[in-house]
Write a protein that binds this ligand. Structure first.
Ligand code: NCD
Length: 322
């Protein structure tokens, strides 16, 4: 089965964040991704939509789900996919981000997927290179494909965004996943609650248009979706929480606290999970409530939709065509 082709979906030739997307663009990407979920569940998962195109994955930070799903997405669409192993590349010899990317650009890739520890890295590259750039996570700024796959997961569980209440809990301060989800959920008409200790919230978090709770039990009352975030210890320079054990007691999701949410509430986590720190295994592994594995499945479909959408722009512009 080959998903139906439609006109261009994205105005920009890059996907740098959710903030700049319109509701129409988000909905079109979700609709397109639905067709890829069906394709991925069939025996022949391959199309030749990106045949002849080159996709480079340039990941400066560790990744399991995001990198492998971009790789699979590219391959299932028929592109040649190169995974740059940053640790064994010249980056370890001191080459700058721009030099590395310009070198790769000279090999004429069509799409560069980049993850980098600095906020704004993907945007910077999009201005320097002539291929499409996809942000696979830049510092604590944005992680657009994660928010899109989360939205697809919620929508496919039959939830309507209008009037939905989503609690995003944990290390919001360091989380690009939280930022992209806040933008997306608010654009789509959902209500967002942030639940975190003061030390793990950005200053004036309310200015995002969200409700803020420091008491998890109060924050979880009646919510439709509970999105847990990993405690991002690698981004913390000092002690943001007294101890992970204490953190779990107040901010870890367990069956007891989950009872406060609406019956049938969905539990989500972008992964990787710190079991016993932000989430208890009894909740994470309970397929009655947890959609964590579905999020991973939706990740491949969303990335296929994004690559498809960007490739339509390539065809229109004749980019990299002889
Ligand atoms: C997230 C990330 O890297 O921003 N992971 C992911 O992409 N699934 C969240 C995290 O690292 O905690």
């Amino acid at each position: 089965m080959t998903p139906a082709r439609a006109e261009t979906i994205l105005k920009s030739s890059h996907l740098l964040g959710i903030e700049a997307l319109s509701v129409g663009e988000i909905v079109s990407l979700l609709d397109l991704a639905d067709t890829y979920v069906a394709l991925n569940r069939s025996a022949n998962k391959k199309t030749d939509l990106l045949k002849g195109r080159t996709l480079i994955n340039l990941f400066f930070e560790a990744s399991t789900r995001t990198q492998s799903s971009f790789e699979l997405a590219g391959k299932r669409l028929g592109a040649d996919v190169l995974n740059m192993a940053v640790r064994t590349s010249s980056v370890s010899k001191g080459e700058t981000l721009i030099d590395t990317a310009t070198t790769l650009n000279a090999m004429r890739p069509d799409i560069l997927v980049v993850r980098h520890q600095d906020s704004g890295a993907a945007e910077l590259l999009s201005r320097k290179l002539d291929c499409c750039v996809v942000n696979a996570g830049d510092g604590s700024h944005e992680h657009p494909t994660q928010a899109l796959l989360d939205a697809l997961t919620i929508r496919r569980r039959g939830r309507k965004f209008e009037g939905l209440t989503v609690a995003i809990c944990g290390d919001v301060l360091h989380s690009r996943v939280a930022r992209s989800n806040i933008h997306l959920l608010l654009k789509m008409g959902a209500r967002v609650r942030l639940i975190a200790p003061r030390t793990l919230l950005p200053g004036e978090a309310e200015r995002f248009g969200v409700e803020v709770f420091h008491d998890m039990k109060k924050g979880l009352e009646g919510v439709d979706v509970v999105m847990m975030l990993r405690l991002q210890l690698e981004r913390m320079s000092g002690a943001f929480v007294p101890s992970t054990r204490e953190y779990f007691r107040f901010y870890g999701l367990d069956a007891e606290k989950l009872k406060l949410a609406k019956p049938g509430a969905l539990v989500m986590h972008p992964g990787p999970m710190n079991r016993g720190v932000e989430i208890d295994s009894t909740v994470a592994d309970d397929i009655e409530v947890s959609v964590i594995q579905e999020q991973v499945e939706m990740g491949v479909a969303i990335r296929m939709a994004v690559l498809d959408a960007l490739s339509r722009g390539l065809a229109l512009e004749g980019r990299n065509s002889p």
